[in-house]
Structure formats: structure tokens, C-alpha cells
Ligand binder design. Sequence first.
Ligand code: UGA
Length: 439
Amino acid sequence: MTFTATNNPSPSTVAVIGVGYVGLTTAACLAHLGNRVLAVDVDAAKVERMAQGIPPILEAGLGDLMREGIHSGRLSFTTDSEAASSAADFVFLCVPTPQGADGAADLRFVEQASAQIAPHLKPGAVVVTKSTVPVGSAGKVVAALGRSDTAVVSNPEFLREGNAVHDWLHPDRVVIGSEDRTAGERLARLYEPLGAPIIITDPASSETIKYACNAFLAAKVSFVNAIAKLCSAVGADSVDVIRGMSYDRRIGADHLAPGPGWGGSCFPKDTSALIRIAEDHDYDFALLREVVAANQAQFDFVAEQVRRAAGGDLEGATVAAWGLTFKAGTDDLRDSPALSVIQRIRAQGATVQAFDPTRPAGSNGHLAGLGVQLFEDPYGCCDGASALVVLTEWPEFRGYDLSRAASVMTRRAVVDTRNMLQPAVARAAGLTYVGMGRT
Ligand code: UGA
């Protein structure tokens, strides 16, 4: 059955605390399913823009869903966590859990939010932890709430940035961790319309599933980055090798594309946190430590490819970079591998001229201090460059005129870290082509 807001037999009232990409997507999708949703954020200016249907982030389909919810009256935005939590059957905690100095996730915002909503919750309300939290955190939320008449349920998210709305509405599975079976089942009913498998387990297992998935996916990317290097060494073609691997259903095609290393707001933070969690329980997760080290080495490797492509010396050279965001489909620069690579190129004395289709310069301060010159167009950014490096897999790069880019470069070479350009087209444009393990 296709589920729509109009045939939801038992809509709930939901408060979402923290409106980042997880909170906002959750709020908009729950409203789409017919629930009444109050989304709470501390940033009044952001709340005002969102109330007008303007998403603060680039996320496919999110604006339309927000506007649908606002116009139907089911979705509203507020800074008033008291009003929102006192009305709610479910309160979703979607606040950030940044990486602390010691690698562990910092639970400050989760605990603060819990303490803030505690006095206002209705008896029987279910508090849902969506933020990625260390194993055992459910107990800390219970303690911060200090309420025996409410339940705390872990419900990790598996949303990819850029595909968050799609992933929310079409999940591979929903994971629920609860000591209180009834509360777990109540939350499961909220997701039932999606028709996905629902796993109800204990909170520690639920919290571990989230970390295990991100760590496994990061390891998969690092593995394929290593295979691409092996392909170069043995003269195999990584594109064909990976295609051959991907048809094996036990391996699958996802997270099997080589790149400049993995990054973003989740993999780096969650791999470090899981290593730390293991350490805290006297388990040395050496395999995962190696994955993290391999990823750092990948940034060095790409910078080295660029140095060679630029003629062997980056001192005083100009390098053009296409792509700054940590992947395509998002304007997020957090822990972007592109920035890690650029930092290494800059450290060797090069000037970096960058272009990104989202022009993220104005949107945050990540580029400040990195010494990157941002260009408005992809060709201007190549002016005077002795190498071009493609760092993000924006599909539009495939349509760019490589001859035009080459014509303004002083030395003609392209390092395609995403294996997304056609080598023959690059060569026809006069560029020396360097891919990831491509013959
Ligand atoms: C990741 C997970 O995929 C989500 O399931 C999870 O919910 C989310 O983290 C989270 O914890 O919130 P996301 O960070 O949006 O999602 O990004 P991914 O699409 O997984 O990519 C992560 C990094 O790996 C990026 O730097 C990307 O460029 C890189 N990557 C990914 C590759 O280099 N190759 C691939 O084949 C896939």
C-alpha cells in the first residue's frame, strides 16, 4: 500500500530537538507521513527561515517536503523546546555529538537537551536518541531526564547526506534499541508505513549497529582505495576490477568507488569514537586503527600524485582543484578530504585555485586560513595551473570542456581522484591523465 499523510490511521505528535540534516529530514519526513511535528532549534534566525520553507542545507527534495508540511499545518518550527516537548508523544534528540579532544563523542548537547525537556514531558512520552552516541549512552539520557514515567529508546539514523530524504523514506532497515519493549514497539509503529524491516533490540546493540555500519563502510572505501593502488602496481584496470567485484552480491557496488579518502561529518568522527569505545572496554580494534591510518595516508598519496603531475615540485606552483565538498550532492565541507589534500599541497608551497559548484565560501568559515582562492567558474580556476585535481565527484564535471581548461594551464595534467573523467577525452584535450588505478 502506498502510504500518504491522509490515510495515517494514528498520527502522533512529535518534537524534534536539533534541526541539522538529520533532525530536519526526520521532521519533514514524519510530517509527510501524517504526524504533527514541532521542530526545535536554538538558532532563532534559522528557525525563522525554516518556517518560511527555506532549508539551511543543500539536500535533495528537502525544501519541497518542508513546504508540504508547513502548508498542511503538520510541520512547524520553534525555539520553544518546552512547548514542543510538553505536547509530544515522541521527542527525537537530533543534536550534534562532536568529536571530543580524546576521540570520544562529546555528549554535552544530548545531556543538556535531555535535562531541558525533562520537566515538561508528558507521562508515557518516548525520548528517541537519533544522535550517534557511544554505547551505553541510553543510560546517561535516562539519568539526565530523571523521569521514571518516560522511556528512552535508541534509534540510529543511516542517512547519507545528499540522499537523506530518499534514505529516510526508503530505509534498508529501522533499528530500535529499548529496555522497554512497549516503548520500542510504539516507536516501530511510527515507522511501519515505510514497509522496511524493523529490528528491535537492546540499546547497547542498537548503538553498536550504528558505529559498526559506518566503520565497515569506511573500511570498504579504504579497501577499494588500496585495490586501486594495487591495480596501478600490477597493471590492472581498477574500473574493471571494481566492476567485477561489485556484481558479487556479498560485496555489492555501494561504497566501492576509489577516491581521495573518506571524510564528512560522520566517518572520521565515528571511526575514532569506535576505536575509543573499544579501548575503554580493553579491546584494541587494531583493524579499524589501520583503516583510519590508511585514510590519512590516502590524503598524502593524492598530494603526491598532484606533485608528480605538476612536474615534481610544488614550491611556487599553481594547482587547480575542482570540488571542495566532502562528496557530491551536499554543500558540507566538514572533514572534507578535498581540504585535507589541499592542505598538503599548500604545505609544499603551491597556490591552490579552487572551484566548487556549491560555491561554499560564503556559507561557512572552513576555507578561512586554508589559503584557497575560490573561483566562480571552472576554467578561470585553471588559469596558470600546472595541474588540475578533481576532488569531488560532481556529475557536471563530466560535461566540462577539458580543452578549454587545458588551454589556460601552464603544464597540462589532471589527477582524477574520483575516476570520473574519460581518460581518452582528457588526453584528446592535451592533458596527461592520472586516475586511481586506471590503465
Ligand atoms: C554516512 C553513512 O553512509 C550513512 O549511512 C550514515 O547515516 C551517515 O554517515 C551518518 O553517520 O550520519 P555520509 O557521511 O553522508 O553518510 O557519506 P557517505 O556517502 O557514506 O560517504 C562518506 C565518505 O566516503 C565521503 O567522503 C565519500 O566521498 C566517501 N566515499 C563513499 C568514497 O570515497 N567512495 C564511495 O564509494 C563511497
